[in-house]
Design a protein around this ligand. Structure first.
Ligand SMILES: Nc1ncnc2c1ncn2[C@@H]1O[C@H](COP(=O)(O)OP(=O)(O)O)[C@@H](O)[C@H]1O
Ligand SMILES: [Mg+2]
Length: 227
């Protein structure tokens, strides 16, 4: 028998393809961007600007905002969301559901992990996190997405009005913070402690103004949204 006669089984071919794909994904690191600010401070508008050019974006969209944007799809069932997560190619969709929000959020996070790990790099936007997480360690699939997603080429925008009440896993793993005007002194103190941006600077922000901090190199930049 010569080397040319060696045939891979289907299972071996599948494993080889997965290894290749994982090696490819390892070269495309994602980012975890923690976005914080009071209601109407500019969080959603900022992220909208950031993802404008991304090809694959799916939002956890409890307020039904993303799904109304031009070119975006509204997804209202788990079945539809899973189908989207399994499909390669461009996607822009908001997952809009009622019922037990924590369970639906967990399902959304699992779909994002699947899409990024097995299909192609994706951007996951999680809105209003204080509604579905608690200050302790991030639960279930969301926790897995936060801890392992970046290495799978998944970029996550984690958005909340109240980070002092949202989960600590996101803050602990953030590669970037974008801080708008905060809704409470508790949030100013908490975020200042986590980022070392002075409390006075955070407390002085006006609507649509933000401070952006890289958790990787400590670089700080400042800006104001315009429309
Ligand atoms: N495309 C737009 N044109 C004009 N104003 C906008 C636009 N998008 C958002 N805004 C305004 O910017 C402010 C911040 O909005 P948004 O980013 O949705 O706030 P939030 O922090 O609650 O997510 C709001 O007052 C909103 O009305
Ligand atoms: Mg918003």
């Amino acid at each position: 028998m010569t080397a040319g006669d060696v045939k891979l089984t289907d299972r071996q071919k599948k494993i080889a393809a997965e290894r290749l794909y994982e090696a490819y994904l390892k070269t495309v690191d994602g980012r975890l961007v923690v976005v914080s600010g009071a209601t109407r401070s500019g969080k959603t508008a900022y992220v909208r600007g950031q993802v404008r050019k991304d090809r694959r974006v799916i939002a956890w969209d409890p307020e039904d905002q993303w799904s109304r944007l031009p070119g975006w799809k509204r997804v209202t069932s788990r079945k539809e969301l899973l189908a989207l997560a399994q499909r390669p190619g461009p996607v822009r969709a908001g997952f809009v559901v009622g019922g037990k929000l924590q369970d639906e959020f967990d399902f959304w996070a699992a779909c994002m992990m699947y899409a990024g790990r097995y299909v192609a790099p994706i951007v996951a936007i999680a809105e209003e996190l204080a509604d579905v997480t608690t200050p302790s360690k991030a639960p279930g699939a969301w926790g897995i997405l936060l801890r392992r997603g970046l290495k799978r080429g998944i970029t996550i925008y984690a958005i909340s009005q109240r980070w002092s009440e949202a989960d600590k896993t996101a803050v602990g793993n953030a590669s970037e913070f974008v801080l708008f005007r905060q809704s409470s002194g508790d949030d100013v103190r908490y975020l200042s402690r986590k980022t070392r941006v002075p409390e006075s600077e955070l407390a002085g922000l006006m609507q649509l103004q933000y401070v952006r901090l890289s958790a990787i190199d400590g670089a700080i930049s400042r800006g104001k949204l315009t429309f």
